[in-house]
Structure formats: structure tokens, C-alpha cells
Ligand binder design. Sequence first.
Ligand SMILES: O=C(O)CCC(=O)C(=O)O
Length: 298
Amino acid sequence: MTHQEIKTAYERDGYVAVRDIIDVRDLAPIRDFIKAKVDAYSRELYSEGKLSSRYEDEPFERRYAAICQELDILPRNWNFGAFGLEFYDLYNLPGVLSVLRLLLGPEVSNIGTPALRTKLPGSVITSFPWHQDSQYLDQGTIGKKEKHTGHLHMVTVWVPLVEATIENGCCWVIPGSHRWGLLDGARGADSNVRMEADVEARGTPVPIPLKPGGALFMSNLCVHTSKVNMTQESRWSIDFRYFPTPDRADLTVAQHKAAEFVQNKALAGGRVPLIVLTKEHKPTWEEWEAQVLEQRRK
Ligand SMILES: O=C(O)CCC(=O)C(=O)O
């Protein structure tokens, strides 16, 4: 796709899936990060006698799923950390940045809180019901409706680390739903947001199968979901979000307030948004790491 086609599709539909925008070799560090964590986890549990095997011969797609299957667990979240040079490099991938410049302008930060998704076989809790990403960002408390970022444009980048298919639970989107505004909904007891509107009656869901090397760019108001993984392997993916840098981007007062909300939420969680596009100084990995360590210490 040309840049103009990407921008036109995104503005019309609220999302755009771009194939071959990432060199798959650039995904190897994140996959290696996952492999090392899963390896350490298997070692620990095996030495404690909780696993009969370390499942070392299983491929990337299957090893963690096999471990969780034996343990009879289906964790909702990846609990082994998501910070390091691999993540700095991921947020700065040249193909991704070239699209973000088109969609968000010249002053852009990553919010610093990626979601590394294990999407285990049969896991219901990771078949996220229909939602808009602003709902997750705005709502921290179960059952409490809050709206902060409905008027701020942010972009989610969803990147498959294995092929995402309808069978293993790829994302689904509703084209044009980004024009519906920030809808009502709240987090349920399982922490997942549930919307009040019957969005499937209002729009037509479209699946987004995607191979590694592709990326799905979604507006924070794009209504999307993913379904249960019906295969025996993990559907590994990672998604990360960008917003206009509060004190550098050209924002209205309301947008600035919303961008500050996003920034303050990250800081309160011990994260530091990473400036990825700017006309001014762009932090190096060493500078960003020092900021994050300082923020965590505070
Ligand atoms: O990866 C998935 O299964 C769901 C992702 C999602 O809903 C999101 O990135 O907001």
C-alpha cells in the first residue's frame, strides 16, 4: 500500500492492516525475549517438581501452551515483564514510525505499556469482548464508568508474532465504528470491558488475519474484539499504543488534558512514555532506561 492508501483507509475505517511493513528479522528479539522467559519458567517449575517435562523440544508456538496445559492454568496476562532494549527497538521500528507520522503527526510518544499476548488454546478470558481501547485506558476500576480520552486521537499497533488466523483468534474490527464516539461500557469482574450497545447490530464485523511482518493500526475508538483460540498453539502477539506527546504536539486544551491523563497514568504505574517522533531531542535507549528506573524508584 502507498502512504496515501494507508491514510485514506485508516481515516475511512478507523483501522488499516498493512502487510510486510516490518522486516520479520526485527521481530526476533521479542520472540527471543519470550523464549528466554518461558525457558526460565519451565526450569523453575521443573526443579520444583511441578512439571513432568520442560517441553524443550516444543516449537515457539506450542511450548508455553504445553506448560500451561500440564499446570491446568489459563493466565489472562503475560506476567514476566515487558521492558528492555527489545521493546525500545520495537516501538521505533521504521515502518511503524512512517505510518504513525501520517496518522498522528510529528510529535508522538509510545505510552510505555505494551500488551504481550499469549492467547492460550481455549482461553475464554483472552477472547476480549467488543471494546474500544480508550475504554481500557480510561477505566481502572471494575464497574466504574469513566471517560477521559474520547476526544484524543491515539493509535494502537497490533503485531502478530506468529500467524494470526480466524482459527487461533485473530482480531476482528467494525469498519467505521471510530465515528461512533466513545461508547458506554465498564470493566467486569474479570477486568475485561463490556460495552452496553449491541455493536454487531450497528456494524459489520471483519476478521483481520495477519502474518508476521504485518501490523494492524487501529484508532482508540475503533470497536474490535478477538475470539477464542481454537487451536493447540499460542497465538502470540504484541500490541502497543501511541499518543501525541502532551507538551510538544499541537493540541486543543481538551486534547492536552486527555494526553496528560494518559501520561500521568503511565507514570503512576512506573512507566515513562517514550518519545518516538519529534523535531526536538529523541531519547536514546540509555536515556529512556534511566528515566524508567528512576520512575520505578519513586
Ligand atoms: O490480541 C487480542 O486478542 C486482542 C487485542 C485487543 O483487543 C487490543 O489490542 O486492544
